[in-house]
Design a protein around this ligand. Structure first.
Ligand code: AMP
Ligand code: ZN
Ligand code: FE
Ligand code: FE
Length: 293
């Protein structure tokens, strides 16, 4: 985003980052170090269905003078649509959040087992243990399986693994366990966080986004590698019109995919200040009469 968008620059923030606690490549400490090198003032760790990287990131950040906003990216669905919901400023010790995380982890493990069985039946010899080794302490996902396929020489690139086997509708595809979008938003609110619609321009229609706003979201992620300038402006105006907060970030997963890079999708820290003013005052806490869609 252009530095001219803020009159008084308070610095820059990247509020969408993955670590190796989900399917990112780098440890939480390494992510914080990269952010420090880029002189960011704030970041959010937003691992998929996982909060395990937050504490390490906060410890590393304390020494480097960076603010780490506790975050999560929840896998949700609404009417067959894949919807990612970002939770910011969540109390990540919240028992209900931790319960869901355990559930997501168990379901991801079952899903990985099914994907491996499909690959094996196609003659590709991969073991679940090998994949779990790749995932380490993090929750297992398709990126780990893609890495394993590459390492075993079944594909030449990470993208080829998705294109040939793992992508939506491809032969080894297995759907992921998801909670309903409304439940995810309520869960985040009960953990005192703010719920944002992640990358609304990536694979949702404008009509879908308009409908989703009605369930009680606090904000929209307007800046994302999948958004061109037209989309950024569209979602910014949509947020203003609906009295929603705005966020953004790189959705960095490490250098594995070569495109989205930390440091290239920063938002003004002023946006974080606006978010902080809203913490604890989210619409659903004030008004439980959210609209069912
Ligand atoms: P999972 O949570 O296991 O479904 O994995 C989702 C992750 O896989 C996304 O966050 C992306 O990082 C990656 N991914 C999904 N589809 C593709 C694709 N077609 N090409 C490359 N990476 C992909
Ligand atoms: Zn991911
Ligand atoms: Fe996402
Ligand atoms: Fe993400």
């Amino acid at each position: 985003m252009d530095s001219k968008t803020t009159e008084k620059c308070l610095g820059w923030a990247d509020l969408h980052l993955h670590t190796n606690r989900s399917d990112g490549v780098f440890t939480p400490t390494e992510i914080v170090q990269k952010a420090a090198e880029l002189e960011l003032v704030a970041i959010s760790i937003t691992d998929h269905d996982e909060v395990g990287g937050i504490e390490e990131a906060q410890q590393a950040a304390e020494k480097l003078g960076i603010e780490v906003i506790p975050g999560i990216e929840l896998s949700t669905s609404t009417r067959q649509l894949d919807v990612h919901i970002l939770g910011y400023f969540i109390n990540w010790h919240n028992q209900e959040i931790l319960h869901y995380i355990r559930l997501f982890q168990q379901e991801r493990l079952k899903r990985a087992e099914k994907i491996v069985a499909k690959l094996n039946s196609m003659g590709l010899k991969l073991s679940l243990d090998f994949i779990l080794e790749k995932a380490g302490a993090g929750s297992v996902g398709r990126p780990h399986i893609a890495d394993a396929l590459m390492e075993e020489g079944y594909v030449l690139s990470y993208d080829e693994a998705f294109y040939k086997y793992l992508g939506n509708g491809k032969p080894a595809y297995e759907p992921k366990y998801k909670i309903s979008t409304v439940d995810a938003v309520r869960l985040i609110h009960r953990a005192q966080g703010l719920a944002f619609l992640a990358h609304p321009g990536m694979d949702l229609s404008n009509e879908d986004v308009t409908q989703l706003i009605k369930i009680g979201l606090d904000g929209l992620e307007i800046l994302h590698p999948s958004h061109n300038e037209t989309k950024i402006n569209y979602f910014y105006q949509l947020a203003l019109k609906n009295n929603l907060l705005v966020s953004g970030g790189s959705d960095y997963h490490g250098d594995r995919k070569g495109n989205a890079t930390i440091g290239n999708y920063n938002i003004p820290y002023q946006f974080v200040i606006e978010m902080k003013k809203a913490v604890g005052k989210s619409r659903l806490l004030v008004n439980q009469n959210f609209q069912k869609i």
